[in-house]
Design a protein. Structure first.
Length: 529
């Protein structure tokens, strides 16, 4: 077997392979754990181009890090899955995966086979998912939705305005949610430097980061009929070098007049259709701007494709490739299209739409870094509400549900025999990592906190967890610290799957570095960026 492997490969076998992979997962877990909870710290990420991101959002941190180790990349993948499926809880899922592997290492030291550990972890995870259904609650009213958004935004640097932002998010969800279904893409977030965050507002419609292309165009259009055009409205230049021979001033004038006539016909077509707003995905020539302004048509250019699709959706319009092919039925409709100055920039507001299925949250703030972090907080909260409307129930936060699962999985382990029992117990121990980290990040003694939590849950107080606003062990359900159970379900499922996958690897074969390869074998021996 050894001889069959190329000399250009480097091989790591058995325990060394397992330890290397476990170390990689633990380092990723340790990197993000200090960001957990209301008292979590921020990370400053600086890329090779000098771009700076300041955040404590686990998904953003892992996405921006340059990670080479393959096992570490597997941990990052579960964070991406968590973000895509739920929109929140990425730090929790990564921490659990790292802790499960750390605890598995102790079992490996006791000569317990990875297959046995994997079986025990699988049993414990299935039991945890079953218990989550029993321990979760249905939401009862709008106040519960506000509590969920408050919890989701805690620790993102916006606690002092979370009540304002929570009300905005819940109002937005009520407008765009279709029964028990919410598409987060229908809640747009527009960021602008300006007043303080508490001046942020909800716009029932779409706000575009584009003003009208010509100052002589109308400032406001009521009963707007909107033409959505993909193609550029510009004089086309030949793709290859061309030479035009002109022998007289009349021929030159005729050539210019033909171009001018072509542009004018486009505007006449819009007028004939009754369009009074033109939204173009590409450029609009200066000459046609003049004709559009004379016709009283409000026009904006270089609108992103995603924005064009959103506008078409809420105005019941159709995006066409060329004006010449447009018919009256293609026009979208809205009550008002208006240019409004926000700070130093002009923006276009499309409101009172035909089908109000998209809203915009206008976020204000003093710096780009703050605006970006507020957007991440809003996205987490919207993801939480999306999972709730999708049928998810809720559980008490602040480490309460993890401690209750810890207690019940230990009870479950007593019904098992064999070495799988030890793996189930280590799974239960891994769940303690969440409340312990919350306590450490808040500057509390984790041993005292863990002891008090165990005592509370042993007494039947299943919703008792850490309230880091009071630094006490309290009933977090009564205190309004609640989270969707889907976050916990996804985190436990993903963390267990990746832990089992890593544990089952006992051989790493990697290409040696060479001048023509981007792979460096040192990255597979515990050294990685």
């Amino acid at each position: 077997m050894e001889e069959a492997i190329s000399k250009d490969n480097e091989r790591v076998l058995g325990k060394d392979a397992q330890r290397t992979n476990i170390l990689a997962a633990r380092v990723i877990s340790e990197t993000v754990k200090t960001t957990l909870g209301p008292c979590g710290m921020d990370k400053m990420l600086v890329d090779r181009a000098g771009r700076v991101i300041i955040t404590n959002d686990g998904a953003t941190i892992l996405d921006e890090m340059e990670i080479e180790h393959p096992a570490a990349k597997m941990i990052v993948e579960i964070a991406k899955t968590q973000e895509e499926e739920v929109g929140d809880g990425t730090t929790t899922s990564v921490m659990l995966a790292g802790k499960l592997l750390e605890n598995a290492e102790r079992l490996l030291d006791k000569k317990i086979h990875p297959t046995v550990i994997s079986k025990g972890y699988r049993l414990a995870a299935n039991k945890a998912l079953e218990l989550l259904k029993e321990l979760s609650f249905e939401i009862t009213d709008e106040e519960d939705l506000i509590k969920i958004t408050n919890t989701a935004m805690t620790g993102k640097g916006v606690e002092y305005v979370r009540e304002v932002l929570s009300k905005i998010i819940v109002d937005a969800v009520k407008i765009v949610a279709d029964g028990r279904k919410l598409d987060p893409e229908n809640i747009r977030i527009q960021k602008k430097k300006g007043p303080e965050i508490k001046k942020s507002s909800l716009i029932k419609g779409i706000v575009l980061d584009n003003g009208k292309v010509n100052v002589h165009m109308p400032q406001r259009i009521e009963n707007a009929r909107i033409a959505l055009v993909e193609d550029s409205l510009e004089i086309r230049t030949p793709e290859t070098e061309a030479r035009i021979s002109v022998s007289s001033p009349e021929q030159l004038q005729q050539f210019i007049s033909h171009e001018d006539k072509t542009l004018k016909e486009k505007v006449e077509k819009l007028e004939k259709l009754g369009a009074n707003v033109l939204i173009c995905q590409r450029g609009i020539d200066d000459a046609i701007q003049f004709y559009l302004a004379n016709a009283g048509i409000y026009a904006i250019r270089r609108v992103p494709k995603s924005d064009m699709a959103s506008i078409a959706k809420v105005t019941n319009g159709k995006i066409v490739s060329k004006i010449e092919k447009m018919v009256e039925e293609d026009l979208g409709k809205s009550g008002v299209v208006e240019e409004i100055k926000e700070g130093e920039d002009n923006m276009t507001y499309i409101t009172d739409c035909e089908k109000p299925g998209v809203v915009t949250i206008m976020v204000n703030g003093g710096t780009e870094h703050l605006l970006d972090e507020v957007e991440r907080a809003l996205r987490d909260a919207i993801g939480d509400l999306s999972s709730i409307l999708g049928g998810s129930r809720v559980v008490a936060g602040g480490g309460a549900i993890e401690m209750e699962l810890n207690k019940k999985i230990f009870e479950y382990s007593n019904t098992l025999g064999g070495r799988e029992k030890l793996a189930v117990e280590e799974f239960a121990n891994a769940l303690e990592f969440i409340p312990v980290t919350l306590a450490e990040n808040a500057g509390l003694d984790p041993i005292d906190v863990l002891t008090e939590l165990k005592t509370s849950h042993s007494s039947g107080n299943q919703n008792f967890g850490l309230n880091l606003f009071t630094n006490k062990i309290e009933d977090n359900w009564a205190g309004g610290i609640i989270e969707p159970s889907k976050i916990k379900e996804q985190a436990i499922s993903s963390a267990t799957e990746v832990a089992i996958m890593v544990l089952r690897i006992d051989d790493i074969i990697a290409a040696r570095s060479n001048p023509n390869s981007g792979v460096n074998s040192s990255n597979f021996n515990g050294n990685y960026d």
